[in-house]
Design a protein around this ligand. Structure first.
Ligand code: FRU
Length: 490
């Protein structure tokens, strides 16, 4: 069933079947990329989570590996092995993850075989037996662990009731015994900031890393988290700032991906080439019933490289390795976009990589339509626009992306920094129901589910106002996954 589903992506990683959520344990170990993920092989539902595992040497093609972590028959992870990370403990690959038992989620540790395939849970689990005492917390789970001088440090995602989301800082000599240091930073649970960058009542999947670390003086620390509240996954955000001693001094708070919950629970790692690579979970936008019927749920984002932009924010781009999937290319000659819309007869498909450079005069809008049916009844519209006072916006219209009244078709949008003379470098990756948009380093990820997926292949461009098309190229992208069935439990 999962194989025949026309909404199933072909160059994004998906689980063999069943349920997938967060990326975990990201690492580049002896030349091999390891992607672990929150996995329920038994059903397309978030229940009794295992750790799935896949490996790749090029970040494009993935091989399924044996399920890495299975919830215990008893013990602290009997109800699930939740999100965590992989660290190198003096040559021994070691996982730190959240064991779930009833309502309790506590840090656990497992040691891996040299090939990272087989994992042995520590008999002393959980390695932290209770959240910090005397604090009324909203939750306590997910981990960020790193080596600092002679010690290990760890962040655990949490929230202080009435105050806001937070990350608790711990320290250890051996990854087994942990001393509580204190909250690294606490957000603001009041909704005063507005909905789109509300920091929630709990921070899931905290991820702290340094960018520009080779240029000492200019380095910036980034604290990524996913804002959560009472069982609702809101969106990924990040603070830029400086981490020193036991505190993080924030400079600013930003949205990580304008798709919100469609790019949730990101985790990153530095690869052996020194790049910061990030993955996240693309949630479904269709009903639980439709998902159960499809037999699979959840898409892993394309790996992205994150760097520090000139404006002090994160610049995001898909890893360059993905261009290996490019096949036939169609180009559109440069010139002014004079029509509000023109269908491009030569470009069509549901696996596409489109790159275009546009110049927007003040007060203009350019649009790129994908996944359009021949009658135009279903179409997904990416818009970039420039206001008269120079600001830019990136907007994804999904209102007409599907005639199915049960799927999510809310638009998505965010602020777009414009280049010189209103320049916009736009890249749109279409992979069946998965859509990843990059515009001048900002990202917007979402899902679309046309009801006539086999016909929703059309692509077109157009503009209102004065827009110059400087470049347009669209490639067909090959599938990255094999066609045959994949065992749910390799
Ligand atoms: C985020 C999350 C994490 C948790 C995991 C459970 O999506 O809820 O907080 O560890 O997923 O699968």
């Amino acid at each position: 069933r999962a194989l025949r589903d026309p909404h199933r992506p072909r160059f994004h990683f998906t689980s063999p079947g069943g349920w997938l959520n967060d990326p975990n344990g990201l690492s580049h170990w002896n030349g091999v990329y390891h992607l672990f993920y929150q996995y329920n092989p038994l059903a397309a539902a978030h229940h009794r989570i295992h750790w799935g595992h896949a490996t790749s040497t090029d970040l494009v093609h993935w091989a399924d590996e044996p399920v890495a972590l299975v919830p215990g028959t008893d013990g602290p992870d009997r109800d699930g092995c939740w999100s965590g990370v992989l660290v190198d403990d003096g040559g021994v690959p070691t996982l730190v993850y959240s064991g779930r038992h009833g309502e309790h989620e506590l840090p656990c540790v497992a040691r891996g075989s040299a090939d990272l395939r087989y994992w042995t849970k520590d008999p002393a689990n959980p390695v932290i037996t209770a959240p910090p005492e005397g604090i009324d917390i909203t939750a306590f789970r997910d981990h960020c662990v790193w080596r600092e001088g002679q010690v290990w440090r760890q962040l655990v995602g949490s929230g202080i009731r009435g105050a806001g989301g937070t990350a608790f800082l711990y320290e250890s000599d051996d990854l087994r015994g942990w001393r509580y240091v204190g909250p690294l930073l606490t957000g603001d649970a009041s909704r005063s900031q507005g909905e789109l960058d509300w920091t929630g009542t709990m921070w899931e999947c905290v991820d702290l890393f340094r960018l520009g670390e080779d240029e000492e003086a200019d380095s910036t620390d980034v604290l990524v988290f996913s804002a959560w509240d009472e069982g609702t996954t809101h969106h990924p955000l990040y603070w830029t700032g400086h981490y020193k001693d036991d505190t993080f001094t924030p400079t600013a708070l930003h949205r990580l991906d304008y798709g919100g919950r469609y790019f949730y629970a990101p985790q990153s790692a530095r690869d052996e080439h020194g790049r910061r690579i990030m993955f996240a979970w693309l949630q479904e936008g269709r009903t639980d019933e439709a998902t159960a019927e499809a037999g699979w749920s959840g898409v892993m984002s394309l790996p992205r490289v994150v760097t520090l932009g000139a404006d002090g924010r994160l610049d995001q781009a898909p890893v360059p390795e993905l261009t290996a999937l490019r096949r036939e290319c169609e180009e559109v000659a440069p010139g002014a976009l004079t029509e509000p819309y023109t269908r491009l007869g030569a470009v069509r498909g549901d696996q596409l990589d489109i790159e275009t450079t546009l110049r927007l005069a003040p007060g203009s809008t350019a649009r790129l339509v994908v996944r359009e049916t021949p009658d135009g009844a279903e179409r997904t519209v990416v818009e970039v626009s420039r206001t008269h006072d120079g600001g830019g916006t990136l907007l994804l219209h999904r209102e007409t992306s599907s005639l199915d009244p049960t799927v999510d078709i809310e638009p998505r949008y965010g602020e777009l920094p414009l280049g010189e003379d209103g320049r916009v470098d736009l890249r749109v990756l279409v992979d069946h129901s998965a859509l990843e948009i990059f515009a001048n380093g900002r990202a917007l990820t979402a899902r679309v589910y046309p009801t006539r997926p086999d016909e929703a292949m059309g692509v077109g461009i157009g503009a209102d106002g004065d827009v110059a098309l400087e470049r347009f190229a669209a490639w067909q992208l090959a599938s990255a996954c094999a066609d045959g069935p994949r065992p749910l439990w390799p």
